[in-house]
Design a binder for this molecule. Structure first.
Ligand SMILES: *Cc1c(COP(=O)(O)O)cnc(C)c1O
Length: 497
């Protein structure tokens, strides 16, 4: 199957090239030229094991990979890395309401679902493209992505990973998660300053010709684990299909082929876009419900067709959704416009020049048909955490609570009680401070590890092993550099003189 670019629909590359490159040279994102379909009959006979289902679904998108290769990648990613056996269990909250838990991986957030698999897809992509280089992954992180990428790439042959994080921009737990990372091919370095300083420094290295040629001389090449890579999006399609099958299994024949609603706490629009692709494949989906926090740029866009990033940026208790430019939206626009890369390029140009664009009537009509959108502020998030715990004894993290609240708004406005799958994107223990405050009031005098323990006490739930273990792990990386010293840090990590 071929892939094209959202900014030039005459481009044709295979999936390995799309994944190896990450972004198209014209600045567009890679999208499949056609969408493989699944039929109702296939649903009822689909693989019971998550890995086999993943190999089946991904195999349809990655047609230039050998079938065995896809299977090996998937088995490496999802065997023994996720606690509890099922990488993405679907838990019933109440009648017609299911929580799809995507945080049982090594870093306790949903990014593991894709970042455990990407390293294998990427190293194989490079081989398929006929190259023989060691892949050097550079990451600038504001917290969660860095750790998930480190866990994914740790000790994967043919790769090295270097993560930079802002010295005053991450929580103590996030910092410990990164600085105690094991693996012979990993490196972590703090950058004096904020996330923008870090990201600017990393971007500079990516485009520095001197650095590139130094790497080439040593048989290495830079690559990115960024969320716009198709290799990060495709693995996310699988769990929506898996959730549907799990619900079908518990509800039996009467449910066969019936539609579901899908609710997603959204930031960069990757996770909800994967649900859209599942729908395009034939999964019976009624509405895609997009939940935002106080940064409600997507809510406005899906309701009005106007995207306007010229608004205040809010720092919230659901930080992974604090985003004003949702990169993956570009892919949706490409499909809805009938593959009109000229129109998409125009909107993206307006976005970068003025921070605003408005789509045409034909797109607006489709947005209204496909999506429903709402937002929830920090206060609403904490109220929802308490309510969900009191009513169902279910502990939701701050991001998941945004989704639960917006779904409640949807029910109140539409009365549509189609069975709903709500994506749960992080373990509540990863955001212990805010979750604890919602349940027990202000506990800010406690140390972070004490908050985790207290949350466990109140909820009766065990602390996830990867977080519990952090307290006693040895710090391996304590280097701090300034924004201008990143190149030196990369060279020394790679042993380049
Ligand atoms: C990244 C992230 C999100 C947002 O997902 P997108 O694919 O960027 O929309 C939501 N919740 C958590 C916990 C995340 O880490």
């Amino acid at each position: 199957m071929q892939y094209t670019s959202t900014r030039n629909n005459t481009v044709r590359v295979d999936s390995a090239t799309a994944i190896a490159r990450g972004i198209s040279p014209d600045g567009g994102l890679y999208v499949p030229c056609e969408i493989p379909t699944i039929t109702a009959g296939e649903f009822s006979s689909a693989a019971a094991d998550y890995r086999d289902l993943a190999a089946d679904i991904l195999g349809r998108f990655l047609t230039d990979y050998k079938t065995e290769t896809v299977k090996e990648c998937v088995y490496s990613a999802y065997t023994d890395k996720f606690s509890g056996g099922h990488p993405a269990p679907c838990v019933k909250l109440k009648d017609n309401e299911y929580i799809l838990e995507l945080w049982h991986g090594p870093t306790c957030a949903f990014k593991d679902m894709a970042l455990q698999l990407l390293p294998y897809l990427l190293t194989n992509a490079v081989t398929i493209c006929g190259e023989d280089k060691e892949i050097i992954i550079l990451v600038a992180t504001s917290g969660d992505t860095g750790k998930a990428a480190l866990e994914g790439f740790a000790d994967v042959p043919g790769t090295k990973i270097i993560v930079f994080y802002p010295s005053d921009g991450v929580s103590r737990i996030q910092k410990l998660q990164m600085t105690t990372q094991s693996g012979a091919n990993v490196n972590v370095c703090a950058v004096r300053g904020n996330f923008d300083d870090t990201q600017t420094g990393v971007k500079k290295i990516f485009t520095d010709d001197g650095m590139k040629s130094a790497l080439a001389e040593n048989g290495m090449a830079f690559s990115s684990a960024n969320s716009i890579n198709w290799g990060r999006l495709a693995p996310q399609i699988v769990y929506y299909i898996s959730a549907y099958l799990d619900i079908m299994n518990t509800r039996g024949g009467e449910f066969d082929g019936k539609p579901i609603n899908i609710v997603v706490p959204t930031g960069n629009f990757g996770n909800i876009l994967a649900a859209y692709y599942a729908k395009l494949m034939g999964l019976p989906v009624n509405k895609l419900i997009c939940a935002s926090n106080a940064n409600d740029v997507l809510t406005e866009f899906l309701r009005t067709g106007v995207y306007d990033r010229n608004r205040p940026f809010h720092t919230t208790i659901s930080p992974s959704m604090d985003i004003l430019i949702s990169s993956n939206l570009e892919r949706l626009l490409y499909h809805l416009s009938g593959c009109d890369s000229e129109r998409v390029s125009g909107w993206m140009k307006q976005l970068s020049e003025t921070g605003r664009y408005e789509v045409d009537e034909d797109i607006k009509a489709q947005l209204r048909e496909l999506f429903w959108a709402g937002s929830c502020d920090d206060n609403g998030t904490q109220v929802q955490i308490k309510k969900t715990f009191d009513e169902h004894h279910y502990l939701a993290d701050t991001h998941t609570a945004v989704a639960l609240d917006v779904y409640e708004q949807y029910l109140a406005q539409t009365g549509d009680n189609t069975p709903a799958v709500i994506a749960s994107t992080a373990s509540p223990f990863k955001f212990s401070g805010s979750v604890l405050e919602a349940l027990a009031g202000d506990c800010s005098e406690l140390e972070e590890f004490d908050m985790i323990d207290k949350l466990s006490e109140i909820s009766g739930q065990p602390v996830p092993a990867p977080l519990a273990g952090l307290k006693t792990r040895e710090v391996r990386f304590d280097k701090v550099c300034s924004r201008d010293e990143l190149a030196d840090a990369v060279n020394s990590a790679l042993g380049i003189k």
